[in-house]
Design a protein around this ligand. Structure first.
Ligand SMILES: [Zn+2]
Length: 219
């Protein structure tokens, strides 16, 4: 399961790993917490229209990578808070999908100014803890959901990488998925080169052509 703040956070951060793991037969589910309805510098754009566009772009990008399914919680962009109702809902979705592994934002990244990225990291981690014990939100268990013990969490956008994935075979499909986010300007040559160079830099340190890096937390 990949838990992200906005439509477009997954592809740039872990799209190469996603495509690779899909090829290895793993089932990937996206959980997108906000509707991304603020990210535009087009003054004629409305939040309603933008949310629709971004959901469409997210579906297209996920299809490119081979993601099996996705859930949109549609909280307004920029207004995500580490709250009990959201923790409870994310716990419910973790129990429903029973992921072995969760990817999310590193909430401790220094100078991480986007509040949604911080909040998503904390919400995901808090929900992972709650999901494993039946006495958290017991009404969910009474309704038939089983507790879920996530085995490992991979944080992206981190300054403390200790787990690397060789994405040499899937860098091109990652870039293709990133390009689906037209409204975010991710089709530009400059952005594409920046992502390629970052993958080169990460890969070089590990002897891969291209790589993605994460902080791994074993549970
Ligand atoms: Zn984001």
């Amino acid at each position: 399961m990949i838990i992200i703040a906005h439509p477009d956070d997954a592809e740039g951060n872990c799209g190469g790993t996603t495509a690779k793991w899909v090829r290895e037969g793993k089932i990937i589910h996206y959980l997108i917490l906000t509707n991304g309805d603020k990210g535009s510098d087009d003054l004629s754009m409305t939040s309603e229209k933008l949310a629709e566009i971004r959901e469409r772009e997210q579906k297209a990008a996920a299809k490119v990578l081979g993601v099996s399914g996705m859930t949109f919680l549609r909280t307004p962009d920029g207004e995500l808070e580490v709250s009990q109702p959201l923790r409870k809902e994310i716990t419910r979705l973790i129990r429903l999908h029973q992921p072995a592994i969760v990817f999310t934002h590193d909430p401790w990244k220094p100078y991480q100014i986007h509040p949604d990225h911080r909040a998503t990291g904390f919400l995901a981690l808090d929900a992972i803890v709650a999901a494993r014990d039946h006495l958290y939100y017991p009404e969910q268990v009474a309704q038939g959901l089983k507790p879920c013990r996530v085995r490992a969490v991979y944080l992206f956008g981190t300054d403390h990488s200790d787990f690397w994935v060789d994405i040499s075979e899937t860098l091109e499909v990652k870039l293709q998925a990133v390009r689906c986010h037209v409204s975010q300007g991710l089709t530009s040559q400059e952005v594409q080169e920046r992502i390629r160079n970052r993958a080169l830099e990460v890969g070089r340190a590990k002897g891969y052509l291209y790589g993605e890096a994460f902080k791994k937390i074993r549970m």
